[in-house]
Each structure stands twice: as structure tokens, then as C-alpha cells.
Design a binder for this molecule. Structure first.
Ligand code: ATP
Ligand code: MG
Length: 222
């Protein structure tokens, strides 16, 4: 089997894997194992030319950028933070949908406290947050966190957070409210730029099948 026939697709466990699987299946690809129960990081598929690699969501663009995977599925949030170098983003898969939002305590004043010149924003999404406040002409101090952002305003680490919101239940459970909408987020198919050229026919065929699957899902109202 020549190299240009092989494809490696990078996915993360959890919602992205679960929601990508039906699209891959519609495109004729089935995973040989379930990553939630298997400890394997490389999974075979029903097509001997196609393998899946299972990695952290935020690592997917890096694997694809360097060509360790030809394709991948990554949230727009992750792509905004990564920057998208070395990648094409040919298809919105319309899965793992949520919103990037500014949130805080209901009584938060949107101006910095008198003792400080700038509002403090805790977030995992540093670029997204910087871009949002810069566009509003507001100078802020960004505090990078890796998770549980909701805690930051409760313990005085930050005035506001920038986080992904789906139902709003996590915010609500912590006494926080959404304050500003930054952007709508969904997961995208990404392709390594060299793979796009070198494996064009194979990649194009997969992108087209996935696009049909996305449209069929949308038509079915899911
Ligand atoms: P890691 O666990 O490696 O830190 P992560 O928490 O971003 O990464 P997931 O929770 O699996 O990983 O999220 C993967 C993607 O799904 C995110 O990048 C985002 O695009 C989307 N996502 C995250 N949270 C939600 C949510 N509450 N509702 C819908 N989609 C979400
Ligand atoms: Mg998560």
C-alpha cells in the first residue's frame, strides 16, 4: 500500500469522538475499538488505510500542523488559541456546539475596582479573551487557567471569566451569569496543508463524504 493511500485522523475522547463517530460512519468509516474503554492511542478502522489517533483536544491542531495526523477534529475555541498555522479548515462539522462567553457574578461592575487599573479576566482562552477586550478598546489583565474557571470570581482571583457555555448550568450552579457573547463555537475538520496537496484525491473524497453527512444530519434536524 503506497503511503499516499494512508490517512491518520486525530480525535479527542469524549464529546468530539462521540459526535464525530456517526459522521465517520456515514462516510463509511468505523472505529475498531471504543477509546473510552480501550487504552490504545492508535485505533484501527474497518478501512486498513485509515487509523485514528486519540489525543487531548488542545493537542489536535499540533498533531495535524506537523503532519503526525493528516486530518483532525478540533473545536473552534482550540483553533483560535492554536492560531491555525499549517492547517486548512475545510468543513464545519456543526458538532460540540457551544458559545465562548464572558461571565461573572451578577453584581460585577464592568469597570476595574478603584485599587486596580484593569479588570482581571481568568480564562483558558487567552487569545480569544485578549481579542474580545482589545476589540472593545478595554485594557484587561488576563490570568491563564487550565480549568474550573468558575471558581476564580468566587474567590477573588478575577473579576470575570471567559469560558465555553452550553446550557449555562455550570455557571448557574456557581452563582455566575453570562455577561457578553464572544463567539459561537463548533468543531471543525482540519487538514494538514501538505496532506491536502499530496493526498488530495483521498482527502477530498473524505471531506465530501463528511460534508454530505453533516448536511444529512442538519436536514434530519439533529
Ligand atoms: P482537555 O480535557 O484536554 O483540557 P477540553 O476540556 O477542551 O480539553 P472537551 O471537554 O472534550 O475537552 O471539549 C472538546 C471541545 O468540545 C472543546 O474544545 C469545545 O469546542 C467543545 N466543548 C467544550 N465544552 C463544551 C460544552 N460544554 N458544550 C459543548 N461543547 C463543548
Ligand atoms: Mg472539558
Amino acid at each position: 500500500m503506497s503511503d499516499d493511500q494512508r490517512l491518520t485522523i486525530a480525535l479527542s475522547k469524549g464529546r468530539i469522538f462521540e459526535q464525530t463517530l456517526p459522521l465517520l460512519e456515514a462516510a463509511g468509516l468505523q472505529a475498531a475499538e471504543d477509546p473510552e474503554t480501550s487504552r490504545k492511542l492508535i485505533l484501527d478502522t474497518n478501512d486498513p488505510r485509515v487509523k485514528l489517533v486519540i489525543i487531548r483536544a488542545s493537542d489536535v491542531p499540533t498533531y495535524v500542523q506537523y503532519g503526525a495526523a493528516d486530518l483532525g477534529v478540533a473545536g473552534k475555541d482550540v483553533l483560535l488559541e492554536h492560531g491555525g498555522e499549517g492547517l486548512y479548515e475545510p468543513l464545519d462539522l456543526r458538532i460540540a456546539c457551544c458559545r465562548l462567553m464572558v461571565a461573572g457574578r451578577p453584581d460585577t461592575a464592568l469597570v476595574p475596582p478603584p485599587a486596580r487599573g484593569r479588570l482581571r479576566i481568568a480564562t483558558k482562552y487567552v487569545r480569544g479573551a485578549e481579542r474580545h477586550f482589545a476589540a472593545k478598546g478595554q485594557q484587561v489583565e488576563i490570568i491563564k487557567l487550565y480549568g474550573s474557571m468558575e471558581l476564580a470570581p468566587l474567590v477573588g482571583l478575577a473579576d470575570l471569566i471567559v469560558d465555553l457555555v452550553e446550557s449555562g448550568n455550570t455557571l448557574k450552579a456557581n452563582g455566575l451569569v453570562p455577561i457578553e457573547h464572544i463567539s459561537d463555537i463548533s468543531s471543525r475538520l482540519i487538514v494538514n496543508k501538505a496532506s491536502w496537496k499530496m493526498k488530495h484525491a483521498r482527502v477530498r473524497a473524505l471531506v465530501e463524504s463528511l460534508q454530505e453527512a453533516v448536511e444529512a444530519q442538519a436536514a434530519a434536524g439533529r
